[in-house]
Design a protein around this ligand. Structure first.
Ligand SMILES: Cc1cc2nc3c(=O)[nH]c(=O)nc-3n(C[C@H](O)[C@H](O)[C@H](O)COP(=O)(O)OP(=O)(O)OC[C@H]3O[C@@H](n4cnc5c(N)ncnc54)[C@H](O)[C@@H]3O)c2cc1C
Length: 340
């Protein structure tokens, strides 16, 4: 039986560990944070948006995002209610300048532009000031906190509350998988940095919004992710900072853009203000593969803005790698060696 240590019990580490367990490995996960709330997954909205802005940058990443997106129905089938919602995403532009900027993205994604009134037919709570929009039927959402809770339950007794500071500590294992989010950088020397994101959670009567909203309001970008229970996740700032402090400016920009697009949110309760760190890499793509030729240490980190979307495909590819020693060709573009 292959003995595997997974360093990091965020969404990536837990997904890999659960897949390995299902496939017969003896898995232990190490994470110092008792409820795992140190991870980026805890603040993440859970948009499953393979056509996002990364699509312009790196064709290999687009292919991985699309392949990852296809795995979601089977991934959630075994998890129970994790808030997987396929209503789709409505992209909005408030001003003429916002429309000009968004039109480029809509064209790239081959989305049909909608007028303001067509947008309000789909989603009546949208402000009458919104000029245009587009509907992305394939962009879904899930609740990352619910997924992590289910995966932790599955791995009961296999999660050890410990900070790993030196990977050679795990010499007794056949393979060590490092999935420590942005902290993978400090453990491995790979160029993974924290990219801070502030996120708000609002709560009100369920049903104000049916779709995920991804909008621009006077140059301020915001997304609104409505959950079935009345929670609305409002995100997110993007800052090259390592602190976790919510700021007045960050919260102001998010709320202003949210209320410009959906005025009815003003009556919602503001229940949470949090900040987390996306694990960023120089090319915005994840780092997936063995660290060295001896094939004892694998890395699965650097998922930046798409770690929720990419969790199922990362789990499958890394479990294959660990159990067979052979890398799927899709991994070639994401090998750690590209930064050496
Ligand atoms: C504001 C924001 C919004 C986001 N929205 C989305 C979204 O809508 N859709 C999407 O797909 N992605 C989104 N993301 C990105 C996504 O959250 C991350 O890419 C994803 O969480 C990365 O998963 P991970 O498991 O690698 O890291 P994390 O989720 O950060 O988890 C890392 C874990 O490793 C543990 N750890 C760290 N160091 C050690 C150590 N030395 N020893 C042991 N354990 C350690 C930590 O305690 C933590 O539990 C968002 C991120 C942010 C910040």
């Amino acid at each position: 039986m292959t003995r595997v240590a997974v360093v990091g019990g965020g969404i990536i580490g837990l997904s890999i560990a659960a897949e390995l367990l299902d496939r017969g490995a003896d898995v232990t996960v190490y994470d110092p944070s008792p409820d795992g709330a140190d991870g980026a997954w805890h603040v993440a909205a859970g948009m499953l948006a393979p056509g996002g802005e990364s699509a312009f940058e790196y064709p290999h990443l687009t292919r991985l995002l699309e392949a990852g997106h296809e795995l979601w129905p089977s991934f959630v089938a075994g998890l129970g209610d994790v808030g997987y919602d396929r209503a789709g995403t409505l992209s909005l532009a408030l001003t003429a300048d916002d429309v000009a900027e968004a039109a480029r993205e809509w064209k790239h994604q081959k989305l049909t532009p909608l007028t303001g009134s067509q947008v309000r037919d789909l989603e009546p709570a949208i402000s009458p000031r919104v000029r245009a929009g587009a509907f992305a039927a394939a962009e879904h959402q899930v609740d990352p906190r619910k997924i992590v809770a289910v995966l932790r339950e599955r791995l009961t007794g296999r999660i050890i509350p410990r900070l790993i500071t030196d990977i050679s500590e795990r010499d007794a294992d056949d393979v060590v998988v490092i999935a420590a989010g942005y902290r993978t950088g400090a453990l491995t020397g790979l160029p993974i940095r924290p990219v801070k994101g502030q996120v708000l959670r609002l709560r009100g009567e369920p049903g104000l919004l049916k779709h995920v909203i991804d909008g621009a309001a006077d140059g301020r970008h915001v997304y609104l992710v409505p959950r079935a229970d009345g929670e609305v996740v409002v995100g997110a700032t993007q800052e090259e900072r390592a602190d976790r402090m919510p700021t007045a400016g960050g919260v102001h920009d998010l709320l202003r853009a949210a209320l410009d697009l959906v005025p009815g949110l003003a009556e919602h309760e503001l229940t949470e203000v949090t900040a987390g760190h996306r694990p960023g890499t120089p090319d915005n793509a994840p780092i997936l593969g063995f660290l060295d030729d001896d094939r004892r240490v694998a890395v699965a980190a650097g998922h930046f803005r798409n770690g929720i979307l990419l969790a199922p495909i990362t789990a499958r590819l890394i479990a294959d790698l660990v159990l067979t020693g052979t890398a799927d060709p899709i991994l070639d573009a994401f090998a750690p060696g590209r930064f050496r």
